[in-house]
Design a protein around this ligand. Structure first.
Ligand SMILES: [Zn+2]
Ligand SMILES: [Zn+2]
Length: 204
């Protein structure tokens, strides 16, 4: 099966700007599709587990069809550029992890100096212009590097998360707004939503 990816520019329209993160997400999606040989997930066929919530995720949602709204994009807040893609029906999964050797700071050391000047408030207009050029070069590098130079892609044993379920909503006793049963809390015998719930804590 040949799968055509949407052009990067189209993904940038969805995301709102062009950035290195989006390029990273584009390549991770490309790798997943190549390894799993699957078209965009129209329903829940493919599940993505992402370990950060940065720009990359928008490319993954747009290209793979694994989206937060459909419940086939699962976010684990690990702050890591690691993406696991699972095919439900064929029980196949890959873990795609960015290699530490593919570091933009190492590839473009000039950006480190400019960023230092920017945070110290000593950057010049020339620095700003140069940074724009360097960002464009970074994006170009990410989009053109061989996939296995950027990411390590390993086939892993698929561990399927439960399908997205639909829960009943109940009105919150404090604000009156509907809250999904599975996220509701009980306070003084009443059902309340999380924002209305007074967290009980002993200070640790
Ligand atoms: Zn971005
Ligand atoms: Zn409430």
């Amino acid at each position: 099966m040949t799968v055509t990816l949407p052009p990067f520019e189209e993904v940038a329209v969805f995301h709102g700007h062009v950035c290195p993160g989006l390029a990273f997400g584009y390549r991770a999606s490309e790798y997943a599709i190549e390894c799993l040989k699957t078209a965009r997930s129209e329903d829940e066929e493919m599940v993505a587990i992402v370990e950060n919530d940065a720009c990359m995720i928008d490319a993954i949602q747009y290209i793979t069809g694994c989206t937060a709204g459909k419940g086939n994009l699962i976010f684990r807040d690990h702050g890591k550029p690691v993406y696991t893609f699972i095919l439900r029906n064929r029980e196949k999964a890959v873990r795609i992890a960015q290699r530490s050797a593919f570091s933009l700071d190492d590839l473009f050391p000039e950006t480190v100096d400019i960023r230092t000047r920017m945070s110290a408030g000593t950057a010049t207009a020339a620095d700003g212009a140069r940074m724009q050029e360097l960002r464009a070069a970074m994006i170009e590098k990410i989009l053109s590097a061989p996939l296995d130079e950027i990411y390590e892609c390993k086939e892993i044993k698929p561990e399927l998360p439960e399908r997205a379920r639909i829960f009943r909503s109940v009105p919150c006793a404090v604000c009156g707004e509907p809250v999904s049963e599975q996220r509701a809390r009980v306070q003084d015998g009443n059902i309340v939503c999380i924002p209305c719930f007074d967290e009980y804590t002993r200070g640790w």
